[in-house]
Design a protein. Structure first.
Length: 126
């Protein structure tokens, strides 16, 4: 059975503020260290949304949003491979933001940790 690894952070901002960052494609380059551009550039995640994402390595890669729990969670595949999951849960201090990573991509947790720091900065400073 496939295992997922997680990385999370408590962010002192309302869940809906953080959701607006993680669920809108136009914001992905703002917080995603591995994302340079997204097409479509201004969409909210919906099940089955397809497009392409430009990685820091340069090439455009096809993506497909595989699951969405509106206002709470979404996951995707990139280049046909299961990729990260994104979750926002209420917390007494704001919200807990969690990324899941396939076990075989364990080092990518470092990228996700950097993304969480960026999300926190964006959510708490405007």
């Amino acid at each position: 059975m496939a295992r997922e690894l997680t990385v999370d952070r408590i962010v002192a901002a309302p869940p809906e503020v953080v959701w607006s960052l993680v669920a809108h494609t136009r914001r992905w380059p703002d917080w995603g260290p591995s994302v340079r551009a997204v097409d479509p550039a201004d969409s909210e995640v919906t099940p089955g949304l397809t497009g392409r994402v430009r990685s820091v390595a340069g090439p455009w890669l096809a993506f497909r949003v595989t699951t969405v729990e509106p206002g709470r969670a979404w996951a995707w595949s990139v280049a046909g491979v299961p990729a990260t999951g994104h979750r926002v849960d209420p917390h007494p201090d704001g919200c807990r933001v969690t990324f899941t990573v396939p076990w075989w991509a364990a080092p990518y947790r470092l990228v996700c940790a950097a993304a969480l720091r960026r999300i926190e900065r964006l959510a708490t400073t405007g």
